[in-house]
Design a protein around this ligand. Structure first.
Ligand code: C5P
Length: 284
């Protein structure tokens, strides 16, 4: 095998509860991840020597700042691989948007290089690499549309849930840095109820209206403190007919829940695409 083409999906957080700040500076959290149908396409090709990233998107780093570069470098060093690899990323997932596109790409490259370079890594070993690379990477190794995430997001438990949700995903064309959002967080203001356990039974039962009224993201006050006008985006989605709305991760992406694909397309039509990228996506 000389090359391999793989899909790299995005995620949403249906609930994101921030529990406390840890001595290492990260925050302990509890979240429900949902894998969605928006994906990047990654092609890995064996080469001689170097790690090369090709991507037309101007904001995707082409060197060691890209998590996929780090994955390739760590595996090359740990397994004494002399070959190189060309990693071509066709980017559709908005960058730095709360959708874990970079983390998903890292998980995909980890799985892909395990095959391309015949490393023989077990699932448990892949998960250990993923956790060392970034908080959101491990989720994408599980072949499960929903999972519970704990720790700093890297401790994953796949959830046996079959519910298929339809969303309108709106990613404003502005930058919000994860680090700044966590920095603006006032932990005293966050709720103390167990939002994950409140949502889970409704998600299992496919109770759409109760899912919608129990979406939550503890980072929302911090996101709105940095970008107050993003609150209007949530209002606009609700005015356009969304059943529920929530920020994903540290934003700025906001997602809505819709009754069906057709309903999601109708909500999408209300948005001016000059100010935001707007997608209709489903659980996958
Ligand atoms: O995981 P990622 O690299 O996107 O995180 C960026 C920054 O967000 C971290 O350096 C940290 O400051 C903050 N963060 C946190 N707790 C987490 C995840 C991220 O404080 N669980």
């Amino acid at each position: 095998m000389n090359s391999l083409t793989l899909k790299s999906y995005a995620k949403l957080n249906l609930v994101l509860s921030i529990l406390n700040k840890r001595p290492d500076g990260f925050h302990e959290l509890k979240t429900i991840f949902e894998r969605i149908s928006l994906f990047d396409t990654i092609t890995l090709k064996k080469t001689s020597g170097k790690i090369l990233i090709r991507c037309a998107h101007p904001h995707v780093p082409k060197g060691p700042k890209n998590l996929v570069y780090r994955v390739a470098l760590i595996l090359k060093q740990d397994f004494g691989i002399t070959q190189g690899v060309e990693i071509a990323i066709e980017k559709r997932i908005p960058v730095a948007a709360g959708l874990a596109g970079g983390s998903s790409n890292a998980a995909t490259v980890l799985q892909g290089l395990n095959r391309l370079w015949n490393l023989g890594l077990s699932d448990a070993q892949l998960i250990a690499y993923a956790a060392a690379i970034g908080s959101d990477v491990a989720f994408f190794l599980y072949d499960s549309p929903y999972a519970l995430g704990e720790g700093r997001g890297e401790k994953i438990k796949a959830l046996p849930i079959k519910t298929k949700l339809w969303h309108v995903l709106v990613t404003p064309r502005l930058k919000v840095y994860t680090k700044d959002v966590f920095g603006a967080l006032n932990l005293k203001l966050t709720r103390k109820k167990d939002d994950v356990n409140i949502l889970l039974p409704f998600l299992k039962e496919d109770n759409l209206y109760s899912i919608c009224s129990n979406l939550s993201n503890d980072l929302e006050p911090a996101i709105l403190a940095l970008k107050p006008h993003l609150g209007l985006l949530k209002d606009k989605l609700l005015d356009a007919g969304a059943l529920g709305v929530c920020f994903s991760g540290s934003g700025p992406s906001v997602f809505a829940l819709a009754k069906s694909q057709k309903h999601a397309q109708a909500i999408r039509a209300a948005f001016d695409k000059r100010f935001a990228q707007v997608f209709v996506v489903s659980t996958i």
